[in-house]
Design a protein around this ligand. Structure first.
Ligand SMILES: [Zn+2]
Length: 261
């Protein structure tokens, strides 16, 4: 096996003994890869320790046909604490990002822009005021979908391509299973639509083209953002034909319900 190096970030680790595990990395050079981490969990290990959500320089033995590669060394570049005004919410949003990447990235398919974008996402999640965090996730989700070729049509009707123009208080219908918004003329009885208020539609549309810096000044409450999360989760589950419901977001739901009490 050949020794190789890449900037990387951990997406998930599966422990299989007290000292060893399999780690799924998002590497800059190769995209998503799984590596064995022999002895990395041991406190006696002399090499750098793997930390979740920390951009790191990964040295590893490349995988070959019949065998998985393995971690040689880790050099942590940056650590996010997610501790500003309490950790739980921020950690859940950082995890939601990792969960989406793990589900949607193809193995060994480099995504340089997404790699840099995910690190910027974590930086923002770590530092922005609490009220702006949900909008960051929606912007991240939308960018990820577009980069991976699943671009939902929000501003234009998915059927006739006409620009969606909100009228008065009438809701805009987002056909998550159809692939985007559906105008009044093209709506079909029996189809499943998610109903967005004109205000939510405007935010949804703006976040599709927003940079993370632009998203980080959009306040959306947790209850409203859940609607957009559901719309995107249902959209991608239908497009990618897999269950893309996020465990980290179920956790956010619980937080929301407990804070409402
Ligand atoms: Zn239409």
């Amino acid at each position: 096996m050949a020794l190789d190096k890449s900037d990387a970030i951990v997406l998930k680790a599966f422990n299989w003994s007290e000292s060893s595990r399999t780690v799924i990395f998002f590497t800059k050079k190769y995209g998503k890869i799984a590596l064995f981490d022999k002895g990395g969990r041991s406190i006696k290990s002399k090499r750098g320790r793997i930390m979740p959500f920390a951009p790191l320089e990964l040295t590893f033995y490349n995988s070959e046909k019949e065998s998985t590669g393995y971690v040689s060394d880790i050099d942590i570049q940056e650590v996010f604490s997610f501790e500003k005004d309490g950790t739980l919410g921020r950690l859940a949003y950082a995890s939601a990002g990792a969960e989406l990447l793990r589900m949607l990235l193809a193995e060994e398919n480099p995504q340089h822009q997404l790699f840099t974008y995910y690190i910027s996402y974590l930086q923002q999640i770590d530092s922005v005021d609490k009220q702006f965090i949900p909008a960051l996730l929606i912007a991240f989700f939308l960018r990820l979908l577009s980069q991976l070729g699943y671009h939902p049509s929000i501003a234009y009707c998915i059927v006739c391509n006409k620009e969606i123009q909100p009228k008065g208080d009438n809701p805009i219908l987002f056909g998550a299973d159809n692939g985007g918004s559906v105008c009044n003329t093209c709506q079909k009885p029996g189809d499943y639509y998610i109903s967005l208020s004109p205000e939510m539609f405007k935010i949804f549309k703006a976040l599709q083209t927003a940079s993370l810096q632009e998203a980080a000044i959009v306040p959306i409450g947790l209850s409203k953002v859940t609607l957009l999360q559901d719309a995107l989760t249902r959209f991608i589950s239908s497009q990618a034909q897999m269950d893309c419901r996020l465990k980290s977001l179920a956790f956010i739901e619980k937080l929301k319900n407990s804070s409402n009490k």
